[in-house]
Design a protein around this ligand. Structure first.
Ligand SMILES: Cc1cc2nc3c(=O)[nH]c(=O)nc-3n(C[C@H](O)[C@H](O)[C@H](O)COP(=O)(O)OP(=O)(O)OC[C@H]3O[C@@H](n4cnc5c(N)ncnc54)[C@H](O)[C@@H]3O)c2cc1C
Length: 512
């Protein structure tokens, strides 16, 4: 964790760092903070890149680093018939994946595209999104130390850990309090129940390439309908050309360097040539289908029938990728084969995400781009990489979504920046455009331009009646309107649950 700075280039000073080991340690910190009237800023693993990482909204907080609380509390009880892990905030994607691979390989979980060392709880509490959907749906039964110092268990966890309902029923009885602690600042979550998923018998990735950008709206609508009908159950990511090329660039360069011996001088040119061959399309999408073999075959046939006339359809799985790679690599002396072998090398870890295998590759990509491949993924905040997310939630309407992303792209271009965008079909009724800017934050002018551009993008979104699905720490004042009845009510809840305003002041709330 880097308390001095993060990839957004904007951070607030932290006065101290505390690392509690357990619930009692967190309770003590809250009691002390209430007594001394000093704010706390809790993080799970603190790798909230592009949203502020460990930076609080207001200066002067003590950072509560929960990464040392990394127990899976019900280890011995997890099974195919009991697919729930009761975890502490420091449990990472890598840790849970390793645990399940060893102890219960028939189970998997909803992984995100962020690093191996990112948390499950922190990501879910910030309403992060995995390849199977929003993690909000996966987390329930929270144990929370509220700002008032009380320990609250939500859902049926309130019946006690020994209750047969404690770790399985996601709703409980009566008003659901869980929601208060997602994108909120009412307490510190010390453990929670996390849904695990049965590993499907068969799983394939569906890659689609749309060369005619004018068909984007129609393309989105067809994919949205496939989601509504649950033909394609996972999140379908529809990426613009800048994003596709950026995602592939690192894997392609590594292949060229390590497997083809291309030297540093030629790497840039050769990489560009490969991308021109394998990623010439304006929009490409990646989604997943899983089930029994017969279900998957039928769903793939349905996708081909509906999308085939619009876009190139490719069905991918590990076996196909391995076979394709081996053949193409053999013929790597030929530019087309070399380009496609490089593309497969780059795509393989991304395809793993859809099958529940987390990877550092997206972060390694950024480290490489900013000349710091020597660092670990978790050290991204120690580089010159500048990255800000401005990601509007969208209605499930192809024309509307295409217009918004087109407008955002034009704004970025006006600021001499590229917009990296994916339109993600996340739920059966809504989408999110995950868009980010990349810049060199060691360059003050580039940093200032990026911030101006991010503000302009947010203003544009709001003017269309939209809002981001998740806010950076530095934009809280722009998303929280103290005059609105909604935020006034959120403030009332704050007074009840955290009367001294010690937990993350200003985070998704009126600051004072
Ligand atoms: C290349 C790249 C790819 C990414 N891909 C994804 C992706 O696919 N999906 C995605 O969702 N994000 C993605 N991210 C963003 C981010 O890295 C992840 O969301 C990451 O999981 C968040 O960091 P974390 O898990 O360490 O959470 P934290 O930083 O620990 O938590 C996030 C926030 O939640 C609150 N919080 C955390 N823990 C607690 C607690 N115990 N009690 C109370 N409040 C708490 C805090 O306010 C904290 O700032 C990506 C970022 C990059 C740069």
């Amino acid at each position: 964790m880097n308390v001095a700075g993060n990839v957004t280039g904007i951070s607030q000073e932290i006065s101290d760092v505390e690392r509690p080991d357990d619930l009692a340690g967190v309770q003590q910190l809250v009691a002390r903070a209430r007594r001394d009237k000093t704010p706390l800023y809790p993080v799970s693993t603190g790798l909230n890149w592009g949203y502020g990482s460990v930076s609080p909204v207001c200066a002067g907080a003590t950072l509560v680093d929960l990464s040392g609380m990394r127990r899976i509390l019900n280890e011995s009880e997890i099974s195919v018939t009991n697919p729930v892990a009761v975890i502490e905030p420091g449990v990472t994607q890598q840790q849970l994946h390793a645990f399940l691979s060893k102890r219960c390989p028939s189970l998997t979980f909803n992984v995100t595209g962020s690093a191996l060392d990112t948390s499950i709880i922190g990501n879910s509490l910030d309403r992060g999104v995995g390849y199977m959907g929003p993690r909000r749906e996966d987390l329930f039964g929270l144990e929370v130390v509220t700002g008032a110092g009380t320990v609250l268990q939500t859902g049926f966890r309130r019946l006690g850990e020994a209750s047969p309902l404690a770790h399985c029923h996601p709703y409980g009885l009566g008003p659901m309090l869980d929601g208060l602690f997602f994108q909120g600042n009412f307490g510190i979550v010390t453990s929670a129940c996390f849904k695990l998923l049965p590993r499907p018998a068969c799983q394939v990735g569906i890659s689609l390439a749309l060369s005619d950008a004018s068909l984007l709206a129609q393309f989105i609508d067809v994919l949205a309908q496939l989601k509504r009908e649950r033909v394609m159950g996972s999140v379908t990511h529809i990426a613009n050309k800048a994003r596709t090329r950026a995602s592939l660039a690192y894997g392609v360069a590594r292949y060229l360097e390590e497997k083809c011996g291309v030297g540093a001088a030629a790497l840039g040119r050769e990489g560009e040539r490969v991308l021109n061959i394998v990623a010439p399309d304006e929009w490409t999408s990646l989604g997943g289908i899983s089930g029994t073999k017969r279900q998957v075959d039928a769903a793939v046939a349905e996708v081909r029938a509906r999308v085939g006339g619009l876009a190139r359809v490719m069905e991918i799985d590990d076996a196909k990728l391995s076979l394709g790679y081996n053949i193409l690599h053999w013929f790597r002396a030929f530019p087309w084969a070399r380009a496609n072998a490089a593309a497969i090398a780059a795509v393989r870890p991304l395809n793993g995400l859809a099958t529940g295998v987390p990877t550092d590759v997206a972060i390694a990509n950024l480290l490489w781009r900013f000349g710091r491949s020597d660092l670990l993924a978790r050290e991204l905040d120690n580089t010159n990489c500048g990255l800000m997310f401005v990601s509007p939630a969208l209605p499930m309407d192809g024309r509307f979504a295409a217009d918004v992303v087109q407008g955002m792209t034009a704004i970025a271009r006006d600021h001499q920046l590229e917009l990296y965008a994916t339109i993600n079909i996340e739920t059966e009724s809504s989408m999110v455009a995950v868009t980010n800017l990349l810049f060199d934050r060691s360059d003050a002018k580039a940093m200032e331009r990026a911030k101006r551009c991010a503000d302009a993008l947010h203003a544009f979104i709001k003017a269309r009646g939209l809002e981001v699905y998740r806010a950076r720490a530095d934009m809280m004042a722009d998303v929280v309107d103290p005059s609105s009845d909604y935020w006034k009510m959120v403030r009332q809840l704050k007074l009840a649950l955290d009367p001294d305003n010690i937990i993350a002041p200003g985070r998704y709330n009126i600051p004072e």
